[in-house]
Design a protein around this ligand. Structure first.
Ligand SMILES: C[S@@+](CC[C@H](N)C(=O)[O-])C[C@H]1O[C@@H](n2cnc3c(N)ncnc32)[C@H](O)[C@@H]1O
Length: 385
């Protein structure tokens, strides 16, 4: 595919995303029906779509229209070159720019320039103060590719040399003792021997840093109450020889966990009812959230989130905290985690929890902002008395 054909394809696929189809689904179905597209084309088209989605609002302003074509035109203008040579009107290339398109477009400002919906900017400021703008701008960049070393099976040096055998270059990252940053060969990770042997998992750096902060005691009982695919369960299991239990309100989300645990050489007990093995010394609530700290990876989230959706999430977060509190042993800990940068989902949930449950207090609180080593995360550790 020529560069112009890739732009045209990205514009068409963005149009489908704007009509409500998830970007991953749009890209998968395009890849299936486009046998002519080579691996470099697929990577380029995917990158165009995600780069543009992260900056959807400012690109549409620069391109003069909230359409796939307008967004790609704005994205090209944002890169600083002249887009006209790509709009050639060929069989596979974008139609020639109209007079209106050539004259249209404007420099974005305010929340538009930060690529946030208007209603979210005050909420960013509420939680992040004078860092709100910088955080919003950082969410317009690509996220790093990070790996977690499974300390049960190897150490960072061992993982780095196993990865190098598969043509993957990685280096330790200070965000966590288990974190490696991939420098080259990221797309080879899931097919590598190091991955198949359970030495490494793909996992964001801040997600690993959260596990480092938890009070994981060998032999203690640990429940991952919102286990999902088990990323946090396995991160914790890589660090200690506690007894691990996993539960999720949607059990389907845990379907790959047994195989992942086996690959990692750890035992995870999957529960049908979170209370089955209660009480626990530690209950981790990696609660459903807006994902605002991870919008570099999942940029559609910021355009789909609504005030009502956020209020629903807050209700679910409160219910999960209350449920978790009833599962913790008397001297045990409750750890509340989100990948959000919004105070509404973080500190405010903890304050509301303590107001409902005055016997609880905060042991420690930490926030990671989206950065070169990881997504935005929040952790609050609580205990009773
Ligand atoms: C942020 S995701 C978990 C990600 C996972 N811990 C990981 O590291 O891969 C939140 C999970 O909470 C689950 N969930 C939603 N409501 C729940 C509830 N009331 N109780 C338990 N799990 C719930 C969702 O199904 C989802 O899998």
């Amino acid at each position: 595919m020529t560069p112009a054909a890739r732009i045209q394809t990205a514009a068409e696929l963005l149009g489908e995303v704007l009509s409500g189809v998830p970007a991953e689904k749009v890209l998968t179905s395009w890849a299936r029906r486009s046998r002519f597209a080579g691996s470099k084309d697929r990577v380029a088209v995917r990158d165009h779509v995600f780069d543009a989605l992260r900056c959807r609002r400012s690109c549409a302003a620069l391109g003069g229209a909230m359409t796939g074509r307008g967004i790609m035109l704005g994205w090209l203008r944002m890169q600083g070159g002249d887009p006209a040579p790509l709009f050639t009107g060929g069989q596979y290339t974008p139609a020639v720019l109209s007079e209106a398109e050539l004259a249209g477009g404007r420099v974005p400002d305010g929340a538009e320039a930060l690529d946030l919906p208007d209603w979210l900017l005050p909420l960013f400021r509420e939680g992040l103060g004078n860092q709100a703008e910088a955080v919003a701008l950082s969410l317009r960049e690509r996220a790093p590719v990070m790996l977690r070393v499974n300390l049960r099976l190897t150490d960072p040096a061992g993982a780095i040399s196993a990865l190098a055998e598969g043509g993957i270059m990685a280096e330790p990252d200070a965000i966590s003792r288990t974190a490696l940053r991939v420098l080259d060969g990221a797309r080879k990770v899931s097919g590598s021997r190091a991955y198949a042997d359970g030495l490494v998992e793909l996992q964001d750096g801040a997600s690993q840093a959260v596990a480092d902060e938890l009070n994981l005691v060998d032999g203690s009982k640990v429940l991952d109450l919102c286990a999902g695919g088990g990323g946090k369960t396995l991160a914790m299991a890589g660090l200690s020889r506690a007894q691990f239990y996993a539960y999720d309100a949607n059990p389907q989300r845990m379907r790959d966990l047994p195989a992942r645990a086996e690959r990692a050489g750890v035992v995870v007990n999957i529960l049908d009812d979170a209370g089955d093995a209660a009480p626990y010394d530690l209950v981790l609530c990696d609660a459903p959230c807006s994902g605002s700290g991870a919008w570099r990876r999942a940029p559609e989230g910021k355009w789909l989130l609504s005030a009502e959706g956020l209020a629903d999430l807050n209700r679910t977060q409160d219910e999960i905290l209350d449920r978790a509190a009833g599962l913790v042993a008397p001297a045990g800990e409750l750890a509340y985690v989100t990948c959000s940068v919004l105070a509404r989902e973080n500190l405010q949930r903890i304050e509301a929890f303590i107001a409902r449950n005055p016997g609880w207090r905060v042991l420690s609180e930490r926030q990671w902002l989206p950065g070169p080593s990881g997504d935005g995360f929040y952790l609050s550790r609580l205990t009773q008395g």
